[in-house]
Design a protein around this ligand. Sequence first.
Ligand code: HEM
Length: 115
Amino acid sequence: MNEIVLYSHLALGLALLAALATGKIRAWRGASMATALLLALTGAFNFMTRMSGAPKGWHAGMGIKVLLALHVIGMVFLITRSGADAVKAARWRKGALVSCVLVVLIGLYFSNMAR
Ligand code: HEM
């Protein structure tokens, strides 16, 4: 069960990264918002199941990862729901893309290299 949720989180994270990188967040608004919400839910589950036996620096790393992830999720909601003009939405997308790359790298590091 824990593994399934972790791999689902990985797949959702890569899907959101791809949507941000290709500029498809607005075109796929329903899927993007559902993905962002599921990332928050599966992330909270992983947080509880992966905490025991956490490697050195895990809590600090996860703190930074969760803050950056909330930035990504917030921006996805703003891009899809705010009705902002294209220039502003493009700026938000770039910021969210940078944060999302960092979130994926931190997640992969703690999940696969630090343990
Ligand atoms: C934009 C949103 C997010 C993205 C793109 C993302 C991405 C990732 C990725 C790629 C991994 C590695 C998975 C693997 O190797 O199988 C991961 C792991 C993880 N993520 Fe996320 N994540 C996001 C949001 C969150 C949130 C909101 C939380 C917490 C509330 C969270 C908590 C975790 C935890 C605890 C792990 C496992 C770390 C470990 O194994 O020690 N993530 N994440």
